[in-house]
Design a protein around this ligand. Structure first.
Ligand code: HEC
Ligand code: HEC
Length: 209
């Protein structure tokens, strides 16, 4: 049996140990909001003046756009951007070769039974508008270059980016041949449209990188 005095000696260190554990825990709990605050204010500070450009380019570099702006003569498909099945080629007018026209499979709207996406004017973007393999800055430069963009000025680019049905299709991309919904671009449509307009209104500045 433990004597009473021994018991006290046993309790004191135990008390100290418990206290220090509690204090450590208290510190840890207090630290959580502090780190959150720091990282919040950091990301706010880091939010670049060019936030509209970042948002716009997060969409333009997404596969829903780049699959149809390929570098070669074949459009791409799917989340892994594999080369289009059935040997589909761009052809002379970007609507496919005579035997295999885009519009023989792609209709005015998605066909969610067969998984064939659709929108008016479905065709592959001309080679001068190839975005595959470019950095976001190179895409922006190409997009703004009248020699490559179909002779469009800024207003016409903004209109295309915010109103064209092939662009807006990306937010209603339907399901693939297996019935899985296609991934949406990483920025909601309204936010993207606002970002494009804000970027253009602020002078359409393309950052160095
Ligand atoms: C189904 C194919 C297809 C998809 C999907 C598609 N595009 Fe295009 N895009 C085209 C074609 C075709 C043209 C050429 C149209 C023309 O010149 O009239 C084009 C032209 C453009 C142009 C004007 C040319 C330039 O270089 O500035 C922009 C901007 C553009 N697309 C942006 C996008 C964005 C953004 C997305 C995704 C949100 C997208 N496109 C998705 C086929 C596509
Ligand atoms: C023989 C039918 C057929 C023809 C012809 C055809 N396609 Fe497709 N296309 C499909 C099918 C089916 C899918 C859907 C595949 C999937 O996602 O599972 C598809 C998907 C696509 C996608 C993928 C969209 C995405 O982001 O995943 C693009 C882009 C595309 N086609 C462009 C074209 C273009 C441009 C042409 C003409 C040059 C064309 N296709 C001709 C059947 C066809």
């Amino acid at each position: 049996m433990m004597k009473k005095s021994n018991f006290k000696f046993f309790l004191l260190p135990l008390f100290i140990v418990v206290c220090s554990i509690v204090m450590t825990m208290a510190f840890e709990i207090e630290e959580v909001p502090e780190t959150e605050m720091t990282s919040n204010s950091l990301s706010e500070n880091a939010a670049p003046a060019n936030e509209p450009f970042d948002k716009m380019m997060a969409v333009l570099t997404h596969k829903r756009c780049v699959n149809c702006h390929p570098a070669g003569d074949r459009p791409h498909q799917g989340e892994d951007s594999h080369v289009h099945n059935f040997g589909v080629q761009r052809g002379e007018d970007n609507h496919g070769v005579a035997a295999l026209r885009c519009e023989s499979c792609h209709q005015q709207e998605n066909n969610n039974y067969s998984g064939v996406p659709g929108a008016p004017e479905w065709s592959v973007a001309p080679l001068s508008m190839a975005w595959e393999g470019l950095t976001r800055v190179e895409i922006a430069q190409s997009m703004m270059d009248p020699a490559k963009n179909g002779g469009r000025n800024l207003a016409e680019i903004v209109k295309h980016l915010t109103e064209h049905e092939l662009v807006l299709w990306a937010w209603e991309p339907g399901v693939d041949a297996e019935g899985n919904p296609r991934e949406l671009p990483p920025v909601p449509k309204d936010e993207y449209i606002k970002a494009v307009k804000d970027w253009a209104a602020a002078g359409a500045v393309i950052p160095a990188e």
